[in-house]
Ligand binder design. Sequence first.
Ligand code: DAK
Length: 267
Amino acid sequence: MSTAEHHESNQAEEMIRVDFDDRVMIITLTRPNALNALCKKLIMQLNSALDQAENDTRIGVIVITGAGQAFAAGADISEMKNLTFAEVAEKDFIQPWERLSRCQKPVIAAINGYALGGGCEMAMMCDIIYASETAQFGQPEITIGTMPGAGGTQRLTALVGKSKAMELCLTGRKIPAQEAEAMGLVTRIFAGADLMKETMATAHKIAKFSAPVVRMIKEAVNNVAEVPLVAGIRSERRLFQSTFALEDRKEGMTAFLEKRPAAFKNR
Ligand code: DAK
């Protein structure tokens, strides 16, 4: 029995768990025996949870974490091993992975352990990356004869600069959370026992703000990677002006001046 079959037969069909806490959807990757390796089925289940979150106005923020020792140790190597170039190109292996990066709602990654290869790429598709002290990051694809293929060379370079990204991608070196935070890959580090508590505190905080304003800020920040500076600044101004079409903008400013908490209605 191959490793893949072994995992399939010992694994319930569900490769993720979805929990709800007020306005936060928590997605946990639950394939710990394979260090949450990102097989096709897991990506499909993740994508449908993301679709559900995006279509449900009760959800303001999405949190993604992993069960066990890993966030995710990469794409499933046993699933990729026998693929040919023609198959990878024809099936457009990339496409399903793009869903996460297209989320309009904020996504926080809570990295509890290994975030390697596709796992590190998935973390970088999220908007905020919180990590436990024992988390490890890396792009080890070169050690198995391939290279990052889900945005790793691009997003890592944007986050940490060329020479650091180059060293990580060319050596496959795994780095501890502290180094990842110092280079700008990780947002903040917490003791393992505090990771989810702190992640949820941030998630709840964001989820309480006006949803349309949150969406506009995410779009404006993401513009940096997607459009030239002048167009990005023009777009930011339009998005800023758009907040004046919202009842929430009026309520937020009125509440401040009346020295009371704002009651946002997400419109
Ligand atoms: N795939 C499949 N199985 C994996 C796996 C992976 N990436 N990582 C770990 N496992 C499995 C192991 O085979 C082992 O299974 P059993 O032998 O128990 O059946 C189990 O998980 C536990 O792993 P280890 O025994 O190896 O555990 P250790 O604690 O000794 O080592 C480790 C932990 C994280 C250092 C080690 O497991 C490791 O090096 N894993 C591989 C890391 C890696 O090379 N990752 C990069 C994979 S390539 C794309 C999308 C994505 C990608 C590319 C393109 N497109 C959309 C185009 C991404 C590619 C990659 O991620």
